[in-house]
Design a protein around this ligand. Structure first.
Ligand code: ARG
Length: 458
């Protein structure tokens, strides 16, 4: 297919140049957006009297036929074309003759590609957001089943204080809810129409940019033509938001991997979401979680690539910017692929509540509650802390827990102890009493679940 810019050239393009220059291999996925953008542009050209109404109508009809044919498979994209814009315009002209050649009036591929990419990424943001909502729903459902499932909460990966598995899952939900908000923010700032910026300096034609914005569902039109064609902040922001999603999925994956180990055995993944070893018959590996953790590196790489491509580009459009698409599409596709496997893996995993409960029994995770008991008896917290520390040391020495340490040992350390201490250090009670907003008690977690569910219902 011929280049759109052939006029001033005497020689044909070298094959090497074409292979290197072409972007059709990765921008062909924007065919629907390219065509819809062109239909809106042609409609506006007709409405503003820039081209004749009957020609605008023919162009719009021709473009929707092309779209139908591409969707049905009756027409395939010519991979020899320079890019998707060249292909669509060439196909239109092949079908309509002279009329097709009027489509590109008052437009450049520079504002066209900026438009197509925004349209494509808005759609992708919706798709990722739906996937995040599906994961949040799975987490809320699981958390609701485990508001009483005691497990150790950790700091420094050392057992720290008692929480529930439901509480732990809702921490990830909180992160994912922020991810949803971030995507919505990115989409709102992306929702500005660049078309009408022309190559860089706008156009002398009396365009109605607001009409195009309205036809394509954009909130507003860009206010500077140089920026309109050369802004890729929306790619950077999206790649950053996707990177944060991957940080969250990667941290979660790391925990899943730990929890699947014999050292923890807090969960067991479903056979359908685990893999084996070719040599070790006993192995059941959490490959999905490991791959998600690994693929986070890819998405961070895409963000770094985009930042690096953009940082030295003078205004306005430069061909470097063609590099935006592979990076941002890879980031989008990777996140979608990860969520696609991660969500059912979480949904189908078995929670080994007894193992969580016995781990919780062993790490003196009720020591803070024991100290708080003495505070309740009038002792200053620092003294209560010290006395409890001595009790923990005594337990370790005797191979006991705070629950099994005899009262006389308690009283030898501090006379304020009586029988009621055993009730206070009971793990179920330690959790149930943490009624503070955001805390691990069943009531607090139920409230967190309700808030999350209503946030995604909006
Ligand atoms: N394929 C190009 C891109 O993705 C489209 C814009 C081409 N513009 C130009 N002046 N060569 O950036």
């Amino acid at each position: 297919m011929a280049q759109l810019w052939k006029g001033r050239f005497k020689k044909a393009l070298a094959k090497e140049t074409n292979d290197f220059n072409a972007s059709i291999g990765f921008d062909c996925r924007m065919f629907e957006e390219d065509i819809k953008g062109s239909i809106a542009h042609a409609t506006m050209l007709g409405a503003c009297g820039i081209i004749a109404q009957d020609e605008a109508d023919k162009i719009a009809a021709g473009l929707s036929d092309i779209l139908t044919d591409l969707q049905s498979g009756a027409l395939t994209i010519d991979m020899e074309a320079e890019d998707i814009h060249t292909f669509v315009e060439g196909e239109l002209t092949a079908r309509l003759g002279q009329t097709g050649k009027r489509l590109h009036t008052a437009r450049s591929r520079n504002d066209q590609v900026a438009l197509d990419l925004r349209m494509t990424l808005k759609k992708e943001i919706d798709a990722v957001s739906d996937q995040l909502k599906a994961l949040i729903t799975v987490l809320c459902d699981k958390a609701a089943q485990h508001t009483q499932t005691i497990m150790p909460g950790y700091t420094h990966l050392q057992r720290a204080q008692p929480i529930t598995f439901g509480h732990h899952l809702m921490a990830y939900t909180a992160m994912l809810l922020r991810d949803l908000e971030r995507l919505a923010d990115v989409k709102a700032r992306m929702n500005v129409l660049p078309l009408g910026s022309g190559a860089l300096a706008g156009t002398t034609y009396p365009l109605d940019r607001s009409l195009v914005a309205e036809l394509l569902g954009f909130d507003s039109v860009s206010q500077n033509s140089l920026d309109g064609v050369s802004d890729r902040d929306f790619c950077l922001e999206l790649a950053a938001a996707l990177s944060v999603i991957m940080v969250h999925l990667s941290r979660f994956s790391e925990e899943i991997i730990l929890w699947c180990s014999w050292e923890f055995k807090f969960v067991e993944l479903d056979d359908a979401f685990s893999t084996g070893s070719s040599i070790m018959p006993q192995k059941k590996n959490p490959d999905i979680a490991e791959l998600v953790r690994g693929k986070s590196g890819r998405v961070f790489g895409d963000l770094t690539a985009l930042l690096t491509v953009m940082k030295g580009i003078p205004l306005a459009y430069n061909k470097d910017m063609q590099e935006d698409k592979e990076a941002i599409f890879d980031a989008v596709d990777t996140v979608k692929m990860c969520l696609n496997a991660f969500t059912p893996m979480i949904d189908t995993m078995t929670v080994l509540a007894d193992n969580m409960r016995s781990a919780a029994a062993k790490g003196f995770i009720n020591a803070t509650d024991c100290a708080d008991y003495l505070v309740g008896k009038g002792l200053p917290f620092r003294d209560a802390y010290k006395a409890t520390g001595e009790l923990v040391a005594l337990c370790i020495e005797k191979g006991l827990t705070l629950e099994t340490l005899p009262l006389r040992d308690y009283q030898a350390v501090c006379a304020l102890f009586d029988d009621s201490v055993y009730e206070v250090i009971n793990l179920e009670k330690c959790v149930a009493d943490r009624l503070v907003e955001g805390g691990p008690s069943a009531q607090s977690v139920e409230k967190q679940i309700a808030i999350a569910r209503s946030a995604i219902a909006e």
